[in-house]
Structure formats: structure tokens, C-alpha cells
Design a protein around this ligand. Structure first.
Ligand code: F6P
Length: 487
């Protein structure tokens, strides 16, 4: 890691988190750990290859850091103090927007102070990006925490080409309309030239909200946003904004490469052995978030054990629930609820030699995750609502042995592409139970046929294809910005 002077960049990525979080041990030892979530996984390869700058929060309160380089990526830290974290990050982003955008699975809170913090912090991110962007640079803003940044950037730097990608769903108008600041958010987003979404339905929901709240004309993916006072179409004073789906993906080849490593394959065998070599190993991997449907999954699994359709002698469920947003009350309540359910199921069904659920409230390095994917016969993705769900794609990318069954919620964006998974409605517990049994009993030929088709999909649209298609739309077909620092 080296500190660097302040260059200007032709490609700037802006996201709430930097790809690394600052961590200081009790003895003062400093480490930079990979940040949680799919966004980092998705963008790291692009940033490494394009030598762009990444603007974001280093994951710690009240600390100033000079821009620095880490693992081939130029990082520009944005400072957040304790109040910013409480009000902008835990408050407005994760207690208002997150539940609102995920079908109000948990009730969103609407507080004016947290909105004020959201505006204030978005302004700080916009200023930091404007300071490092070269004239005419491409700035790509990410996710729901920063929806005001595109407009703020456009006002400060009209020379920039501005993209925005929403990694989470965009809700239907009936839900979105609850937001007291619904117009301000749309106005913020419409500062971008291209607004990307995960699913066709998300882009449609956004366009509909624009029509309903502003009455701007829309044609397919194009929205005419007025720039002056004159009527659109007559004076020509409107900007063309594109709102379209660009389903995100993963660096599939790098996952497969890890999976082919003999030490990781040995680790996969070891995992199965340590679990008592069950006939079927089922796996769930999620941030501990109420959108992921972990409770629904446990209910279905528990009922299957109770009905005798599955037995702990044959089947073990490994559930990785990585810690997330631990100071937000809905997340604290969820942890209690899930851990109570796991404890009950294990109490009711485990034997001395067989544990029903092997539960892990940890994050693991990528190598360990790949070993778990390799070890798992059945992967359970039962999200109640999810922008994409990259875990589903990671599982498929890892299975170069063309085996394993993916059970996938139709409410995850990945279901639009991964149609050869066993698709479920996780609210339908009986349907989910049947799908799990079908996955456990699926003959090898069918597993292979489905996995082959899933792997083709993930290989065709990997993360490089995703970012290239977004940047192509943004630069109007011009070459993808090289992002070489322009000192
Ligand atoms: O895509 C959803 C998202 O909120 C990302 O923006 C983020 O990187 C990830 O989930 C993890 O969430 P958090 O940054 O709140 O820990």
C-alpha cells in the first residue's frame, strides 16, 4: 500500500464503501479487509484493469486518510463521523431506503434528520468525486446510498459523463410513493446520463415513477429530462437519460480457477468429512439480512425434518450468515430470531453424531467460500427480495464438475437469467419444501443438464461483460474509458 499525490482520473467510481475496510486490532496493528457485499466483488476487476480511482468510505468513523493505492486500485477515502454513520448510513440508507426498496419486508422509518444527513453526505461524496475527475471524465456512481450524487455532480461539473447503477431493486410506484422525499431522489438520479438497474421490472418501476411524479415523456428506455423552462421537444432544451437493466455478474473465471485448485478441492472434501460425510450437504450463504429469507428456509427445512421427508442422518444444512448492519434494530431482532430458530431446530433434531444445521455467524475468505460451494450438493437461495444475488452466480461458476443443484427464489434478480435453477416462491413453504426434496433427489443426468445451462449463462454475462455494456451505453458506443491517471 503506497500513498499517492492527487491525480485526476478519466474513470472514477463512487460507492458508499471503498473495496477495503479499515481495521485496527487492540495492539494497534492495522489491516485493510475486503468490504462486505457483492458490489466489491463486481467492481474490483474493472478497477484493477482500468487504473481508475475509487471514491468511498473506509468503514471507520472520524478518520481522515490521504488517497492511497491498495492492490492496484487508487482509493480516495471520504470521511464519515459517528453522526453521519448513524443518520446517513444506518438511518436513511439502511432503515429507510433499504426496507422501502425491498418491498417493505421490514417497515421503513421516515425521519427528517436522517434525510438531512443523507443530503449532507451525498454532497461530500459528490465533492470528493468532482475533485479527482479529469475534464470530461466518466464518473460511475453506485447504489442507493448515493442517489443524489449524479445531480450534485452534474451541477458542479457539467463536463462529466455520469452513470448510476442501482444494485438493489427499485420498488413499484405504490411503495416508492410512500417516500416523503420521492421527488428529490428522482431528481438526484436524473442527473445521470445512464441509470442502470438489475431487472427489466426495476427500470420499468423507475420510469413509471418519473412519469407519475414529473410527467416527463418516456420512450422505451429513454427519458427526456427538461434542462430549461421551454416545452420539451419544441425548444430542444432537454437531455436524454437512459434507464435500462444491466444485470450484474461476477468474475466467473476467477471463481472457477479457485475451484480447480487442488488445495481448495481437498478443503471441500475435508468440510464434508468434518460434517460426518452426509449423503446431501445443503448450503445457504447470506449477509444476515431480513431480505434473504433465511427464516423461511429454516422453516421449510425444519418441517421436512419433522415430516420425516428428510433426516439428519442423511442431510445437513450449512448456513453462513455474515454479520451485517449490526447496530440497526431490525438486524438485531433478525439475529435473535434466526439464532433462536437454529437453536430450536438443532435441539429438536440433531443427534450426537449428526447436526441438523451447522450455523456460522462469520464472514469467510473467498477460498473457503469456494470450498463450501464445491462441497454443497444443494445451494439454497431463498431471498424474499434481492437486487441480483451474486451467491447464486458464484455457486454456478464454481461447479466446473457440472454438478450441484441451485434452488433459487424468483424474487432474486438472478432468476431472470438462471431459469434452469429450481425456481421457488419462498413465501410458499410447501412449494419450497417440495423444491428442496426435488433437489435432494434429482438424478445426476438432470443435475448435469441444468448446471450446464446455468454455467453457460454465467459465463456469457460475466462481470467484465456487465461493466463493458454499461460503460458502452454511457459513452454512446465510444471506447471504454481507459481511466489512466492524468497527472
Ligand atoms: O448491494 C447492496 C449493498 O448495500 C452494497 O451497496 C454493499 O456493498 C453491500 O450491500 C453490503 O452492505 P453494507 O455496505 O451496508 O455492509
Amino acid at each position: 500500500m503506497t500513498s499517492s499525490a492527487e491525480p485526476t482520473y478519466t474513470l472514477v467510481v463512487v460507492s458508499n464503501r471503498l473495496p477495503v475496510d479499515y481495521d485496527e486490532a487492540a495492539d494497534g496493528a492495522v489491516t485493510w479487509r475486503t468490504s462486505p457485499g457483492g458490489l466489491v466483488t463486481a467492481l474490483e476487476p474493472l478497477m484493477r484493469s482500468s487504473h481508475g480511482a475509487w471514491v468511498g468510505w473506509p468503514g471507520v468513523a472520524d478518520r481522515d486518510f490521504e488517497p492511497f493505492e491498495n492492490d492496484g486500485i487508487s482509493l480516495v477515502p471520504v470521511r464519515l463521523n459517528e453522526t453521519d454513520i448513524e443518520d446517513y448510513y444506518e438511518g436513511f440508507s439502511n432503515d429507510t431506503l433499504w426496507p422501502l426498496y425491498h418491498d417493505v419486508i421490514a417497515p421503513p422509518s421516515f425521519h427528517r434528520e436522517t434525510w438531512d444527513a443523507y443530503v449532507r453526505v451525498n454532497r461530500r461524496f459528490a465533492a470528493a468525486a468532482a475533485a479527482v475527475a479529469a475534464p470530461g471524465a466518466t464518473v460511475w456512481v453506485h447504489d442507493y446510498q448515493l442517489q443524489l450524487v449524479p445531480r450534485m455532480l452534474r451541477e458542479a461539473r457539467p463536463d462529466l459523463v455520469i452513470g448510476f447503477f442501482n444494485h438493489i431493486p427499485f420498488p413499484p410506484y405504490g411503495i416508492y410513493a410512500q417516500l416523503p422525499w420521492r421527488k428529490q431522489i428522482l431528481h438526484g438520479l436524473l442527473g445521470a446520463d445512464v441509470i442502470g438497474f438489475q431487472r427489466v421490472a426495476d427500470a420499468g418501476n423507475f420510469t413509471q415513477a418519473v412519469r407519475r411524479l414529473f410527467g416527463y415523456p418516456t420512450r422505451g428506455v429513454v427519458i427526456d429530462v427538461p434542462t430549461g423552462d421551454g416545452p420539451i421537444g419544441q425548444t430542444g432544451d432537454s437531455r436524454r437519460v437512459i434507464a435500462k437493466h444491466f444485470p450484474i455478474s461476477i468474475d466467473a473465471a476467477s471463481y472457477e480457477e479457485l475451484a480447480r485448485r487442488p488445495d481448495i478441492q481437498a478443503r471441500a472434501r475435508q468440510i464434508r468429512e468434518d460434517l460426518g460425510n452426509p449423503k446431501t450437504l445443503m448450503l445457504g450463504v447470506d449477509r444476515l439480512d431480513y431480505t434473504k429469507g433465511i427464516g423461511h428456509r429454516l422453516k421449510a427445512f425444519g418441517e421436512l425434518l419433522a415430516d420425516g421427508r428428510l433426516s439428519v442422518e442423511d442431510v445437513t444444512l450449512v448456513q453462513v450468515a455474515s454479520p451485517s448492519r449490526e447496530r440497526v434494530s431490525t438486524y438485531m431482532a433478525l439475529r435473535d430470531e434466526i439464532e433462536l430458530a437454529v437453536g430450536r431446530l438443532n435441539g429438536d433434531f440433531s443427534t450426537i453424531s449428526h447436526t441438523a444445521i451447522s450455523y456460522h455467524h462469520h464472514s469467510y475468505p473467498r477460498e473457503e467460500m469456494v470450498a463450501m460451494y464445491l462441497a454443497a450438493d444443494v445451494m439454497l437461495v431463498t431471498a424474499l427480495r434481492d437486487g441480483m444475488n451474486l451467491v447464486a452466480k458464484e455457486y454456478v461458476a464454481v461447479r466446473f464438475d457440472v454438478d450441484g443443484v441451485l434452488v433459487l427464489s424468483e424474487f432474486a434478480g438472478a432468476a431472470d437469467e438462471l431459469k434452469q435453477a429450481i425456481l421457488i416462491n419462498p413465501h410458499d413453504i410447501d412449494g419450497t419444501k417440495d423444491a428442496i426434496v426435488r433437489a435432494v433427489e434429482m438424478p445426476k443426468r438432470e443435475r448435469t443438464r441444468r448446471m450446464r445451462s446455468l454455467r453457460r449463462k454465467v459465463a456469457e454475462n460475466d462481470v467484465a461483460a456487465w461493466s463493458a455494456s454499461f460503460l458502452r451505453a454511457l459513452t454512446g458506443g465510444a471506447a471504454v474509458p481507459a481511466g489512466i491517471p492524468d497527472d
